[in-house]
Design a protein. Sequence first.
Lengths: 449, 559
Amino acid sequence: MTAPAERRIIFKHIDEEGYSNDIACYQKHGGYEVLKKSVAQKPEELRDEVKKSGIRGRGGAGFPCGLKWSFVDRKSGKPIYLVVNADESEPGTFKDRYIIHQDPHQLIEGTIISCFANDVKQAYIYIRGEFPEGARILEEAIQEARDAGFVGKNICGTDYSCDIFVHRGAGAYICGEETGLIESLEGKRANPRIKPPYFPAVLGLYQCPTIVNNVETLCHVKHILDMGADAFLKIGSPNNTGTRIFCVSGQVQKPGYYEYACGEITMGQLLNDVCGGPLPGRTFKAVIPGGSSAKILRFGEKFTIKNKDGTTKEWAVEDIPLDFDSLAAAGTMGGSGGVIVMDDSVNMVEALANINAFYAHESCGQCTPCREGSLWMKKISTRMVHGEAREEDGELIKNVADQIAGRTICAFGEACSWPTQSFVAKFGDEFKTYKDDKNSKPSDSLELV
Amino acid sequence: MIQPAKPDLVTVFIDGKEIAVPKGTNVIEAARMVGTDVPHYCYHPKLTVAGNCRMCLIELGMPMADRATREPIMDPETGKQKINWIPRPQIGCGTTVVPGMHVKTQSPMVKECREGVMEFLLINHPLDCPICDQAGECKLQEQATGYGRGYSRFIEQKNVKPKRTQLGPRVTLDDERCVLCSRCIRFCQEVAKDDVLGFVDRGSYSTLTCYPGKELTNNYSLNTVDICPVGALTSTDFRFKMRVWFLKQSNSICTESSVGANTVVWSREGVIYRITPRQNDEVNDTWMADSGRILYKEVQSGNRLKPTSDLKTSVAAAGSLLQDGAVAVVGSGRSSVEEQFLTAKLAKQLGATSYIVARHGEEDGLLISKDRNPNTRGALVTGLISDLPATELSDLSADIDAGKVTTILSVGEDLTAAGLSAEQLAKVTLVYLGSHANATSAAAKVIIPTLTVFEKSGSFINQQFRLQKFASTIPGLAGAADDRVVLDQLLADVGGASAGSDLPSVWAELSAQIPAFANTAYANIPATGLLLDSSNWSGLDFPEGESLHFKPAAAEATA
């Protein structure tokens, strides 16, 4: 079975010959037409359309965007803010940066439309500190759009005014967590807030109702309102509408970004047909489907999936359709779309040591289980790869992860413990035998971040 | 649906025990009300909820109801409404009660969560209890014993952090012991309004510190030591001085100002080692000023008055001096209610005018008021004075110059500080009762050394007209006398009727003679004080401005 054709909506013009990121080029390709059309409509109509489209957030959690908007407290009398989460930090994810670098006006148009739909007068783009070029491009693009009357005062000649500020982060993964991002935007340490009571839709930025959406999600809003919710619903499968961008990295022939309708393509098709399969002489060993915090899938494992009618079917990793619900049914998640591929040259203890080092470095340190647990996991896995592995370490490190997940202020607890939990669950044998495999030849070349 | 007992109460079930608690209560407090301890570090009832230690994780459930009909779903086995338990544990501090809420604080999941958090908190902790000042009053010790596993699985290297940071002149920080609960940070932000503390670095390397160029110098800095659940913040004054389990605790009242912060004085074998605040939600919450904590040093100060002759002789000498000439009595706003009452009695017997000296200082709007006498109200209520005192005794000064006063009894007041000159003091015969030497005692003909507030018992009336009692915390200085005994003896010597100087006797008189004290006995004054009827003095223009739990009468009237 060969793979279906790519369906590029968000990435339509990415890498296109002759397409530049200035406003003239964007308008030549139909840019800002949807905005013009939208500001003539009623905001609640736009919100209804987005809700009807079923679009789910592309940042990682996959929360329905329309539902998120419906939680916004519109009666508080306080201003409503919209924040674009461009803190693309999940290892293995590199979709937002291409939108920002090559098609920034798409994001700006989607943002302003979303602002109009939610009566927002001020939007912020929170961009990670490691994207200085992206921030510069966005600043220029916003100025172009402002000059052209698409951002700022009296947008498209209407009474509606809304400005966008770009705010650069200082380089912390946790700023991608929406309440951490809000704290950082307020000029504080990005410690995520406790929920309840600090749900952004009610008590967000400056204690005002706030919407935080991912870059890709907001771009989708533009296309939903362009084609209409009914047309959008036809892309992908029910509850998994629209297209997804997969950022494939690791040991495949053709890593890169690919946009497909949700669930239209399976993991096997993506890796073997689209990405050209494993490197010569190698076989696939494992794949992380949604950014490094998603639970790993081991090639060769089988998943028994319940159908709606009560019957069951069996999936291999290659059979899993790439959409939110199917990946969840396989015990992992679609996450941010960062597909990380590992072949049989990879030792799983060493791969986990790398991931653990990342999460220990990025824990904000606010709440106990994540703060202490993430570093402990790193210390254990680092010790293992530096020649002092013990047979019981796999069990111990998994138990540490179990003590973190579900007990923290924000989802970082899960993000840092799911890799360990799934690596040990699926490759426990490697953790047990690592002592004998590697103690005789400690890997001195392994550099951990 | 469970009907609340009263409209402002919410009925909840803690481990199956039903209790009605006030609206807005969190689960930790609700559990406390049924006698169940939910362990915690970061939560403090007087600070905002941070929810970061995760020690107070509990299981939460709500009664199940049919989504469409709202009809309760019953459990056929028990006949009760089914409970929908949330699979994830929730924090007790950040969870406010709602009607019908069910809480499990002892379930296997809760136990496992607590074991996990305890283990995490201890892996990078230095475990240096044998040399740590917090030992004996350390939440880590207590909760590790109560809720920990009892053994460690950690074989890695512990993190290394700064060990002896001077955060300010009075507070020392050991970062390795810190559990990053942020209580001290929140205290500085929310109560002291001096936002100087914060965390730097990330993850497990997070470190408490002052902002660059700042110091923890505010006058409430030692409260951070009190609320630090572990040995991270220690008092520079107290550290390494004494094991806390050797110390005796006595309830006292801070004499720094008319706020009357409730305190605990910690002593051993007649020596005081520290003073800490005692919770009184109507007066000082759980706080007190740093400046009040060092007042115990006066007990052993070098200028303590020591007896030169035996007490009987000096009291008799004083008595005979007071019977000659025209006498004025300078009482004190720092004396207890009982002493002021006896002073007033003595003055009346002598036909003398009585004064007290006002002492004013800068107020901080929190726990230090403008009136630096702890008991100005006591002098009014006992009739020692009938109007607000002045800082200078100008009437007395004029009387001395006019020869109308030839003998002065001063109860602990330095008259030179109240505007009298050395020449004026030389003109009169001085009798001085007091604990410390000053210019007045130097000029006195008879000196009777008395006790400090820490060595005697009594009561004060604070700015709210709250009668608060304090207990003797250490034995008095050998040869020094209790003011009450001396004043009562003087009264007898000058021909007055003594009714006894012990507290029950004085209070029998007080309750009989003073309407505000009707039916009050010393033993019955609650630990948190007794609010008196202050209407007799509502016309007076007291100097105090607004502070933590006090609004001046004028401000209250306009409000």
